[in-house]
Design a protein around this ligand. Structure first.
Ligand SMILES: [Zn+2]
Length: 381
């Protein structure tokens, strides 16, 4: 039994095989938005529970799953550097002002750029992004500029690097912990947009309060308990997208054999949730080993969770880095069942998700679409 719940969920966007990381995340919001109407008075999450990866309303501002994921990264990097929570607050206010906490590529169309500079800037489009801007050579959540020495375009398009770069400059600002947030942010950003940062201080403070416990848990030595939400609030009877990420491989024939499910790829250890109410039929390692990543020469689903939903319908969650349920347990839609990994017959971090009717696989994309969940809803542009 190779599962280890102690494996903290870190929002590590830099995982090499998680290329289409952020594109598909907002789809998680669809079921949440639906239930919002029913459970408007229910708090989104306790402060000790990670909500990175699901949307939330913070200080009156609606943030979607993509924004919350980036916000968690920004907090995680501060905690990992041993900075105090105020550093995350300054960074979050800055990122909201600069990009609304979205990973922006840049098409290089600014007239300020030479042709050569434009071409280099436009290479940012090759990296995962949530949208595009065109301000000079600015990219990413903080709108950092490669021409101003912040790093290469490739580096700047890594959300972890972007946060690292921000903090590296922040700690060089004299008295950054005691001067006004706006002054600190302005000193880092060398921006004329002075007062604008202060406007987002309440948002940034509340966000920090929500994300900091998880950031600290992630930064703690191995073995510390992670603070991942045990479940999402989902209306009874509803189906939901089981995990954040992008569909990287669909259902169908693949080199003569049936790919019996759909692959959804997000960062390593992205939470995986029960797609509907059900019972755990099994939760176990189905390969020769599951304590580390598998390969194409290893058979099996790795760490696998199967859920039964009644009427002959089952769902299957493969290649998990770890699972958090046991056979026989009843789960509600939205219950955490494990984390995205690459155990078993797998070459990169993803969730292999199947839907079966009386044991026979069906294409999960139309299946979920019929139930109001569009796995392919988003292609960032
Ligand atoms: Zn698959």
């Amino acid at each position: 039994m190779a599962h280890s719940y102690a494996r903290a969920w870190l929002w590590r966007a830099a995982a090499p095989c998680a290329l289409p990381v952020f594109a598909g995340l907002t789809v998680l919001l669809i079921p949440l938005a639906v239930i919002g109407a029913h459970e408007a008075s229910t708090p989104t999450a306790s402060s000790g529970c990670s909500i990175g990866g699901t949307g939330a309303t913070v200080a009156g501002i609606e943030l979607d799953a993509v924004q919350m994921g980036h916000a968690q990264t920004i907090a995680d990097v501060a905690a990992a550097r041993g900075l105090d929570a105020y550093a995350a607050t300054v960074a979050l206010a800055t990122a909201y002002q600069e990009s609304r906490i979205r990973m922006l590529a840049n098409d290089g169309s600014s007239l300020e750029l030479t042709g050569e500079q434009a071409a280099v800037t436009a290479t940012s489009l090759q990296y995962p992004h949530d949208g595009r801007g065109s301000d000079h050579d600015s990219v990413n959540t903080f709108q950092q500029r490669w021409l101003a020495g912040w790093g290469t375009v490739a580096e700047l398009m890594d959300p972890v690097y972007a946060a690292e770069a921000f903090y590296a400059r922040l700690v060089e600002v004299p008295n950054w912990q005691t001067i006004a947030l706006t002054q600190a942010a302005q000193a880092v950003q060398v921006s004329a947009a002075g007062g604008a940062y202060a406007r987002w201080a309440p948002l940034a403070q509340e966000l920090t309060a929500m994300l900091w416990p998880t950031a600290q848990a992630a930064a703690a030595p191995a073995g510390a308990a992670p603070a991942v939400c045990p479940g999402l609030p989902v209306a009874a009877g509803a189906w939901i997208r089981p995990t954040a990420g992008t569909v990287t491989s669909g259902y169908g024939s693949r080199g003569g054999t049936l790919h019996a499910g759909v692959d959804i790829a997000g960062p390593r250890n992205t939470p995986v949730y029960a797609a509907a109410d059900g019972t755990v039929l099994r939760a176990e390692c189905t390969s020769d080993y599951c304590d580390r990543d598998g390969s194409l020469s290893l058979a099996g689903y790795g760490n696998l969770v199967d859920l039964g939903h009644g009427n002959g319908v089952t769902t299957r969650y493969g290649h998990l880095s770890a699972y958090t349920v046991t056979a026989g347990q009843h789960v509600a839609a939205g219950t955490l069942v494990g984390f995205q990994g690459s155990t078993g017959n797998s070459t990169g971090v993803h969730l292999h998700f199947e839907v079966r009717q009386d044991g026979a696989p069906v294409d999960p994309v139309p299946w979920l679409a019929d139930r109001g969940v569009d796995l392919r809803a988003l292609d960032a542009g």
